[in-house]
Design a protein around this ligand. Structure first.
Ligand SMILES: *[C@@H]1O[C@H](CO)[C@@H](O)[C@H](O)[C@H]1NC(C)=O
Ligand SMILES: *[C@@H]1O[C@H](CO)[C@@H](O)[C@H](O)[C@H]1NC(C)=O
Length: 492
């Protein structure tokens, strides 16, 4: 990392935090305190001792405010977890999943020195082969059990033989050797992080803590309140007022639009803690009935396509032929500019997350000129429809960054917005929530207008393996929802 990027990385958190503060509504009391889950860790990856703050999961008793139903956490029934495959070699490789019967399924191709990941299970077998030569196995991985998430292919390192290792590395050019060293640093750090925290380091060494504000989830049922002037629409305005809105300077609103169609005053949103690890909250009545009707009306004019998966991995995007189809829903995208109501939903979501709304759209040159990009940290709304028997099996929303990417942008927060209720099944399921009650998943029932917020990152910048979640099959009726994803950091 150059000095310049380091500087940006260090300055940015304070900068964004103070920006968010200037605009953010008042909320509950504890959020400015030092997060007690962050502990100082001294580590050495060669070149001397260094220190950083890492996330150590608090004692289970604290999740129950000292009154847990049992003294230990329950091992979840669901044993799947994120397997991260690292190709620390200078060859292009293909990654296949090998079925127990031996049939191979191409997951993706890896460019040299890249990583990718997938939700996997103990005992699953994957192989690296040359591209298009599935029978020429170069390396075999057998996935172990949590927390052994990291699967490394390193053809150069010879344990206990520094000379041979040096000779092997001498075959690489300077750029290749630099990337190789970054992977070794990542593995070294990961081993010390694992010993200290009990978790694998799923990011690359060293990922900065999130720039965005993060709500604390100290105990079950903990509530936070946040007010927004982006109140809910109680009636849909006439259609001539609902045309797409233009990008540009009129986006810098002082007053909410079309107040006469909305609830008066401010909207006091409640976040209720459903899970402490991963951090997950529900926000009842985040959307009004009129807003839900508006979205569903928009949906009628949109052609939904069979959902794809896995295209957030930074290996190379060749996710094809994965015949274990894990996502059977149909989806489409609704841009923030699609209507003033959708824009208002983004502004409300920004207040909920305590992120400046302008970061969640393309900005004018005079908005945050200090930032190196005008890109949005938010994706378009993903509108999803699940018909009978459709589901999305347990997965993560984050992807893995290239080793040379100093910023390691990744999905940070997911806001799920339910658009209907009354179906059987269709719950949002967190199979690995940490608790002292049950080995079964935490299942959240869809309710019209309710939102669920969860984070895919930990407060120390690592990716949260426990953010594993699924959309359970709909067994009666249908399900409509929207996903709003926010990235961290803002740069790429
Ligand atoms: C591993 O990296 C080498 C070179 O770095 C590359 O040729 C190969 O495709 C990569 N394989 C995977 C699976 O990443
Ligand atoms: C929001 O609601 C909570 C719970 O009713 C209340 O304690 C809090 O004072 C309210 N905040 C505002 C700003 O009205």
């Amino acid at each position: 990392m150059t000095m310049k990027t380091l500087l940006i990385l260090f300055v940015a958190p304070f900068l964004l935090a103070s920006l968010a503060h200037a605009e953010a509504p008042v909320c509950s009391v504890t959020d400015e305190e030092h997060d007690p889950a962050l502990r100082e860790m001294i580590y050495n990856i060669g070149g001397g001792e260094q220190s950083t703050y890492v996330y150590v999961e608090p004692d289970i008793a604290s999740f129950y405010r000292g009154q847990p139903p049992a003294s230990t956490k329950v091992a979840p029934k669901h044993r799947g977890f994120s397997a991260k495959f690292i190709n620390a070699s200078n060859r292009r490789l293909a990654l296949y999943w090998v079925e127990p019967g031996g049939k191979k399924h191409l997951m993706r191709e890896h460019a040299p020195f890249t990583a990718s990941g997938t939700a996997s299970f103990p005992g699953h077998t994957f192989v690296f082969t040359p591209p298009n030569q599935p029978d020429e196995v170069i390396h075999t991985f057998v996935v172990k059990d949590y927390p052994d998430n990291i699967q490394l292919y390193d053809p150069y390192f010879v344990p206990g033989d520094a000379i041979q290792t040096q000779q092997n590395l001498a075959t690489l050019n300077d750029a290749e050797r630099q990337k190789y060293q970054q992977w070794r640093d990542t593995i070294n750090f990961h081993e010390q992080y694992l010993a200290f925290t009990g978790r694998s380091y799923l990011a690359n060494y060293l990922r900065e803590p999130p720039r965005h504000f993060m709500w604390r989830a100290d105990y079950f049922g903990q509530e936070h309140w946040v007010t927004t002037q982006e109140t809910r629409f109680v009636a849909e305005p006439p259609s001539e007022l609902l045309n797409p809105i233009a990008a540009g300077k009129d986006r810098q609103l002082v007053e909410p639009l079309m107040k006469e169609y909305r609830e008066p005053g401010v909207f006091n949103m409640t976040l209720k803690t459903l899970s402490c690890a991963p951090r997950a909250f529900e926000i009842p009545h985040f959307l009004s009935d009129a807003e839900v009707e508006h979205i569903l009306k928009l949906a009628q004019g949109i052609d939904l396509k069979l959902s794809s998966t896995g295209d957030v991995n930074a290996g190379e995007k060749v996710v094809t032929e994965d015949t274990r189809r894990t996502r059977t829903s149909f989806n489409s995208w609704v841009e923030r500019e699609r209507s003033p109501i959708v824009d208002a939903i983004y502004r409300r979501a920004a207040d909920l997350l305590r992120i400046d709304e302008s970061l969640m759209r393309y900005r004018d040159a005079n908005e945050h000129p200090e930032l190196p990009t005008r890109k949005s940290v938010a994706e378009s709304l993903q509108l999803v429809h699940y018909a009978h028997a459709q589901e999305y099996t347990a997965h993560h929303d984050f992807g893995f960054s290239r080793i040379e990417d100093d910023y390691q942008g990744a999905r940070f927060a997911t806001l799920l917005l339910y658009l209907n209720e009354g179906m059987v099944g269709g719950e949002t399921s967190f199979p690995r929530w940490v608790n002292a009650e049950t080995f079964l998943p935490l299942n959240v029932k869809p309710e019209k207008g309710k939102a669920v917020l969860f984070y895919s990152q930990l407060p120390d910048g690592n990716l949260d393996d426990f953010s594993h979640h699924a959309a359970l099959p709909v067994t009666e009726g249908e399900k409509w929802l929207m996903n709003l994803w926010v990235w961290d950091p803002i740069y790429e």
